[in-house]
Design a protein around this ligand. Structure first.
Ligand code: C2E
Ligand code: CA
Ligand code: CA
Length: 533
């Protein structure tokens, strides 16, 4: 828009100049025509000798006046200021207003005078016959019709017809025009006139006269206001379009698919670990792996920003592979020392349609310090499984290895009880939605109770998610829920934080829970050896 404004200023300036130039040209040629009429008169009168002022000469002057009505008077002039032998019969005295200016032809001169008889200003055009005597033609200033500018800025222009010495023959100005409209108008000098003018001067190549015209730039600018608004609008639009295309082309952000793909390549997807607590004993029972995207600038994005794209685009598989590899390396040592701890990893529904995932898991964890018995894979109930039989086959293969499978987000989705029975889950995770229903005011949350009872009937472990308050914790405990995770205990921690926690307390109690009376570590350790082999 700035550039457009600069461009517009140039444009307005050149348009204004051109307009003034044409107007000055018209005024000048009008003026030249008038002077020419005077010169025409001289050419047909005796102008080589001082003529005798007789009736014949006066008649000839009168005829000239009839033929050239624009001339106010014609006669002999003495000393440049006294007209005698005039066509008007009376002699008159001129008061010179300016110096005499000589034309190209040295016999010809022009001078601005005031006619004493009529009290009017005009120019006296003289053909000099002798040192003191000339033939003169008097033209009233008023007869020099200066061009009436036809433009939106017509109120503001100022035009002068001047002799080459600068003396004014005729003039039109904002003040004079207003005064013409109303004689009582008390005009003041327009301060706008003094600044930022567009001006044109047009000298005559025939006579010593010229036209000067000017108009304040602002007046011309304002007359283009409508156009300016259009131009400004267009330039804003153009700017917006340019910006749009810059953003699309130059500064183009990679689309989410490609940035996730690149993120996977650069290993920017990392596991965070949210501790899971055995709420009956108060011991740490393990963790859930929650993916985070650590951008090169250090910002950490939670799954809400990318998980759906990853799932829909097929990038979920390589992302999960990357996570599992990191889990294996993050926890190998700490989990070898604490065989009773589990780690739950979220899988996508697609994983459960393809037995290849089992091989992948074996490849990653088979030789790691994280044993199969420590592994839990979560499958969400939120989204339907395409083929239940195939999912069942995958789950069975995993369970054969000693890996456990959890139904995530239980109670929120499609499968319900049928899922639990058909798929043969080991663990059921009660969604935060139902845990949130446990408040200070509530005596009972039937869905939590019934999920818990149902799970017990199927010999499943029940984990509650999103536990934030002591009330929720004690309700869940009373309801027979085995384990819980949530901000009441800990958020998802980076690997170092979680490993520190494990090293500090191992399978011991966290502050929030009750401490256990018997240490189950040794017994779990024995189990591990059996199943992971
Ligand atoms: P989810 O599996 O139900 O995970 C629990 C979510 O609840 C996590 O959000 C966790 O940070 C959050 N959370 C835990 N405790 C509390 C609490 O006390 N209060 C509240 N308000 N929130 C709590 P997150 O990490 O944003 O993950 C969101 C979802 O993204 C997960 O829900 C899971 O469905 C998905 N997701 C996360 N990581 C993975 C992954 O590695 N693979 C797959 N397939 N899905 C993942
Ligand atoms: Ca989960
Ligand atoms: Ca959940």
């Amino acid at each position: 828009m700035f550039a457009a404004n600069i461009f517009m200023r140039d444009f307005v300036f050149s348009q204004g100049s051109r307009f003034l130039e044409r107007s000055a040209q018209r005024s000048l040629s009008n003026a030249e025509k008038l002077v020419q009429e005077a010169v025409d008169v001289f050419s047909v009168l005796p102008h080589f000798r001082v003529p005798v002022c007789d009736a014949v000469l006066q008649d000839r002057f009168r005829v000239m006046m009839l033929r050239h009505p624009v001339l106010h008077d014609v006669g002999l002039v003495y000393n440049g200021n006294y007209m005698y032998c005039s066509s008007m019969k009376e002699s008159t005295r001129f008061v010179p207003v300016s110096d005499q200016v000589t034309a190209n032809a040295s016999h010809l001169s022009l001078v601005v005078v005031k006619d004493n008889l009529t009290d009017k200003n005009g120019i006296l055009v003289q053909w000099h016959i002798s040192e003191r005597v000339s033939i003169g033609a008097f033209l009233l200033s008023d007869s020099f019709a200066l061009d009436a500018i036809q433009a939106n800025f017509a109120d503001f222009y100022r035009m002068k017809l001047v002799l080459n010495n600068g003396d004014i023959i005729a003039e039109t100005s904002p003040e004079s025009r207003l005064k013409d409209q109303s004689p009582f108008y008390n005009f003041e000098f327009d301060p706008a006139w003094t600044k930022d003018l567009i001006e044109q001067t047009m000298p005559s190549d025939r006579y010593p006269i010229q036209v000067a015209v000017g108009v304040p730039f602002d007046a011309v600018w304002n007359s283009y206001v409508g156009a300016m608004n259009v131009i400004n609008g267009l330039s804003i639009l153009a700017g917006a379009l340019i910006l749009f295309f810059c953003v699309r082309l130059g500064l183009k952000k990679p689309d989410p698919y490609h940035s996730i793909e690149a993120g996977i390549r650069r290993k920017e997807f990392i596991p965070f670990y949210q501790p899971i607590i055995d709420i009956q004993t108060g011991r740490l029972s393990g963790c859930e792996v929650l993916v985070r995207w650590r951008k090169p600038d250090g910002t950490i994005l939670s799954p809400g920003h990318f998980i759906d794209v990853a799932e829909a685009s097929g990038l979920a598989r390589p992302m999960t592979t990357l996570l599992m590899e990191q889990v294996a390396s993050d926890l190998s040592i700490a989990y070898q020392d604490n065989p009773g701890l589990k780690v739950a990893i979220n899988l996508f529904n697609g994983h459960f349609q393809d037995l290849a995932v089992v091989q992948e898991i074996q490849k990653i964890f088979g030789n790691s310090g994280v044993h199969y018995k420590q592994l839990v894979f979560e499958i969400t109930e939120r989204l339907p499984l395409e083929n239940l039989d195939r999912a069942r086959a995958v789950i069975t293969r995993l369970q054969d290895l000693g890996i456990r499978v959890a139904l995530d987000d239980a109670g929120t989705g499609h499968g319900g009880f049928a899922y639990l029975q058909k798929l043969g889950m080991d663990i059921i995770k009660i969604d935060k939605l139902f845990v949130d229903a446990i408040t200070e005011e509530t005596d009972s949350v039937p869905i939590v109770d019934s999920l818990s009872q149902m799970a017990k009937g199927l010999d499943m472990v029940v984990v509650a998610e999103g536990v934030e308050t002591e009330q929720q914790l004690s309700y869940l405990r009373r309801s027979g829920i085995d384990e819980a995770q949530g901000y009441l205990f800990a958020p998802a921690l980076p690997a170092s934080g979680y490993v520190q926690l494990v090293n500090a307390i191992g399978g011991g109690a966290l502050k929030k829970g009750r401490s256990s009376k018997n240490d189950s570590r040794k017994q779990n350790s024995a189990d591990q050896g059996k199943k992971s082999a």
